[in-house]
Write a protein that binds this ligand. Structure first.
Ligand code: ZN
Length: 143
């Protein structure tokens, strides 16, 4: 592994061991989406609170592999506080990066860039994307 891959791995393991924004809330202002990934056993729930066009809060909970659980934490940190427009743009850029499609490299992915290498492992792409897909689902629920 080169230095960059080592650094990326450290970020992933840190979010896996010390997840940010973990734990669900009982609050009707939050939209909730639950997604399972049967191929790997990932089972994740995302909650999003939107207020005045801003992502005010993102919560997550669930069980799964290190890629899945850490990416939920990274996603919550990356998108919290963003406008809906920016959050959607970051999310679609991230998914395009993972799925080896063309993506806008001018979009700041912040820590989410650490999953870039996952695009080389088709079996793990779903692990790294389900939390983000669930997040996108919560926005659709809000509309
Ligand atoms: Zn997984």
């Amino acid at each position: 592994m080169n230095n960059l891959e080592t650094l990326y791995r450290q970020v992933i393991m840190d979010h896996y061991k010390n997840p940010r924004n973990k734990g669900l809330v009982t609050n009707s202002l939050y939209k909730t989406i639950h997604i399972k990934n049967p191929s790997c056993g990932d089972d994740i729930t995302i909650q999003t609170k939107v207020e005045n066009g801003l992502i005010k809060d993102i919560r997550h909970d669930g069980t799964g592999c290190s890629i899945c659980c850490s990416s939920a934490s990274v996603m919550s940190e990356t998108l919290k506080g963003k406008t809906i427009t920016d959050a959607k743009k970051i999310s679609s850029t991230y998914i395009n990066m993972l799925t080896n499609q063309e993506y806008d490299t001018s979009v700041e992915l912040e820590d989410a860039i650490v999953y870039q290498g996952v695009s080389k492992f088709p079996a793990r792409i779903k692990c790294a994307s389900i939390a983000w897909k669930a997040f996108e689902g919560t926005l659709e629920e809000s509309e």
